[in-house]
Design a protein around this ligand. Structure first.
Ligand SMILES: Nc1ncnc2c1ncn2[C@@H]1O[C@H](COP(=O)(O)OP(=O)(O)O)[C@@H](O)[C@H]1O
Ligand SMILES: [Mg+2]
Length: 381
């Protein structure tokens, strides 16, 4: 094969690879009408001279939260200048300063001068920019839990929502997105913030099977050529994605399987291809989920997985707790909270066993070795 042929093969299953990218915003976006309406209702006062309302958007990863906000923000930008929406990904912008800098960039149309601007100066600039435009500012803090871990959230919300007290007439609303179902952001903020941050809660339940099938089916229609995916292969993708409650799992399975099939010069993705790639797809998901844990949580999860590989301890909550205490300092209350979080995040299932008293059996939902690896170097053990 010539070098050119290695890169450019005639045989392709993909009509458009880009639709399988994680950051792709789909043209067709259904099933989140209720959430978009709720958020639009909260934004609307911004058009009428008042402040937009605040919201917390809650749902497991891959339930369409980010896309919903991006779609709404697009619509706002297309239809009015009276609200300026600013989307901030707190995974990358984790400090109060970074968030204000994003808002500044959006309004000023250029980034901050490289020379260090003090935070107070930056806030003042932002307040004046918003006032000069005579618009309402609507900030989305996506994955706001990162700001909380960095202890930046309280300060940010407090100063943002009180800018008007110092600078007069600044109208601001905040949409905070949280994928960590064990986190109740309302309770996590302190009292002084609570007095100015009264968010509505907008929930994003996982998609049901028929919704998942429609979403993934549409992605396939756009991204692959016709008849390149067998029906029973899609059935399995839908099942696996629903099991994890995460659309991303489905998209990733389709892309990886189609790549393999293309490489092998075959015409269509079969159910077996999905089975084969699913072994590699679930683990990145586990990785992403683990990235959302704090170092202290990772440590507990790591030991939990390790104990289960050794097979010496029955995986009953009380017994695991005793074994864990030999490895690390942990109270029963903390242990209990961690288990609850791991269950909500989909790492484990807790089965209630009745017999001699009520006990809970801990069942890992992933291969324990994979879990240990996902906890990786961030756990402090
Ligand atoms: N209703 C939907 N229609 C089409 N694609 C969707 C829908 N919901 C989610 N997706 C897709 O699923 C993936 C995850 O969605 P995202 O909005 O990032 O979820 P979250 O922010 O809740 O983790 C993205 O690729 C997105 O395009
Ligand atoms: Mg998101």
């Amino acid at each position: 094969m010539h070098r050119r042929d290695i890169l450019f093969s005639d045989h392709t299953l993909f009509r458009d690879q880009e639709v399988f990218d994680f950051h792709h915003v789909p043209e067709q976006f259904h099933h989140r009408g209720a959430q978009i309406t709720e958020l639009a209702d909260l934004a609307r006062p911004g058009m009428e001279g008042a402040s937009p309302g605040n919201a917390i958007l809650r749902g497991m990863p891959g339930t369409g939260k980010t896309t919903t906000v991006l779609k709404l923000f697009d619509q706002i930008e297309e239809s009015t200048r009276r609200i300026v929406p600013v989307y901030v990904n707190c995974h990358t912008d984790r400090t109060q300063f970074a968030v204000y800098a994003k808002i500044f960039e959006k309004f000023a149309g250029h980034s901050l001068p490289a020379s260090g601007t003090p935070l107070a100066e930056l806030m003042k600039k932002v307040a004046h920019l918003v006032q000069d435009k005579d618009c309402a500012l609507l900030v989305c803090l996506d994955d706001a839990n990162y700001l909380l871990y960095e202890q930046e959230l309280n300060g940010l919300l407090y100063t943002l929502l009180r800018l008007h007290e110092t600078y007069g007439r600044v109208r601001i609303g905040v949409f905070a997105i949280v994928s960590d179902m064990s986190l109740d952001l309302r309770r996590a903020v302190d009292n002084r913030v609570f007095s100015v941050f009264h968010p509505d809660e907008v929930t994003f339940p996982p998609y049901g099977k028929s919704e998942m099938r429609e979403i993934l089916g549409e992605r396939i229609r756009q991204g692959l050529y016709p008849n390149t995916m067998k029906k029973n292969a899609l059935d399995l993708v839908v099942d696996l994605a629903c099991e994890q409650g995460d659309v991303r799992v489905g998209i990733d399975l389709i892309r990886k399987a189609a790549r393999t099939v293309e490489r092998e010069g075959r015409p269509a993705v079969t159910r077996n291809d999905i089975v084969a790639v699913s072994r590699h797809v679930v683990s990145p998901l586990l990785q992403t989920r683990a990235e959302h844990l704090t170092a202290a949580e990772l440590e507990v999860l790591y030991h939990l997985a390790r104990i289960s590989t050794e097979g010496e301890v029955e995986m009953i909550a009380g017994m695991v707790f005793s074994a864990l205490k030999e490895q690390m300092k942990i109270s029963y209350t903390t242990f209990h909270e961690r288990l609850k979080k791991f269950e909500q995040d989909g790492f484990i299932n807790l089965h209630l066993r009745t017999g001699r008293g009520r006990t809970r059996e801990i069942v890992l939902r992933y291969d324990p070795l994979q879990v240990m690896e996902a906890c990786g170097s961030r756990h402090s053990a």
